[in-house]
Design a binder for this molecule. Structure first.
Ligand SMILES: [Zn+2]
Length: 272
């Protein structure tokens, strides 16, 4: 909750109010939900009376402004909503619908990322292979793994490398959308799962590079979403993880690698 703690008192109060709204969406607040929200309230240092908890249209606008600030803030709000939603151990369709609303409101809220442009020539062999295989796999993936109705499919592939026995190993994974939001998985998260399967003893500190590629309805450079950032942050214990993305005009269909890519440290992405 580090980013949320830095918001103004009004903004922090609004987030607590929003969590009440989320909890109430199935028409009742259970004790577990109340307890959890109270804990969050204390941690955010917010005083708010039960009578002041009615959600208004102005609140909607204020929340929108908060979500435009940074992906990190959105990731933290999203994490809190999930916790509240899971507090009563029952899955609610209303809550899921509200989460989708929240996520779609935060689309396009990306702030500028400081990326270094690096020539492919200076990258190591493992990264060059990752850049080739990530784009390749993404383009090859069958369309049935994306939402049927989408006119432009959001196809993503991601590679993740780690240090092992003095060298680097990597895996490449894709995203899939079987149901939203709970049943879809990002390529980055799938890559983490694959990496563990390939090296069950994998340590966070050994994770090195992430390559992300998008096609279909997505344009490059493509960055890990808020939830993936939250996942990757936990692995980034020595600020050792770097993220690589492709130039906007890159087209893998001609089979060649880009001459330059974007490089940034995960730490920089997270501190936006
Ligand atoms: Zn993601």
């Amino acid at each position: 909750m580090n980013k949320l703690k830095k918001l103004s008192l009004d903004e922090r109060a609004l987030i607590v109010k929003y969590l009440y709204k989320m909890a109430k969406i199935d028409y009742k607040i259970v004790e577990e939900e109340k307890k959890l929200i109270n804990e969050i309230k204390n941690e955010l240092d917010v005083e708010i009376k039960e009578t002041d908890l009615n959600w208004t249209i102005e609140d909607n606008n204020l929340l929108k402004q908060i979500t435009k600030k940074s992906e990190r803030i959105n990731a933290e709000i999203y994490e809190l909503i999930n916790k509240v939603m899971e507090a009563d151990h029952i899955e609610h369709h209303n809550e899921k619908r509200e989460i989708i609303k929240f996520m779609s409101n935060t689309l396009g809220a990306k702030s500028h990322i400081e990326a270094k442009i690096v020539p492919l020539l200076i990258l190591d062999e493992s990264l060059t292979k990752m850049l080739n295989e990530t784009a390749d796999l993404c383009e090859k993936k069958a369309s049935n793994w994306q939402k049927k109705k989408a006119t432009k499919q959001k196809k993503v592939a991601a590679s993740l490398s780690w240090e092992e026995n003095g060298g680097k190993r990597f895996v490449t994974a894709v995203n899939y959308e079987l149901s939203t939001p709970g049943g879809s998985r990002c390529a980055e998260q799938n890559a983490i799962g694959m990496a563990i399967a390939n090296n069950p003893k994998l340590q966070f500190k050994d994770v090195r590079d992430i390559v992300v590629y998008g096609s279909g309805g997505l344009s490059n450079p493509l960055y890990p979403c808020g939830v993936c950032q939250e996942n990757l942050r936990k692995l980034n214990i020595n600020n050792q993880i770097k993220v690589y993305t492709y130039p906007n005009d890159y087209d893998h269909k001609n089979g060649e690698l880009p001459t330059t890519v974007y490089e940034m440290s995960l730490k920089d992405i997270l501190s936006r």
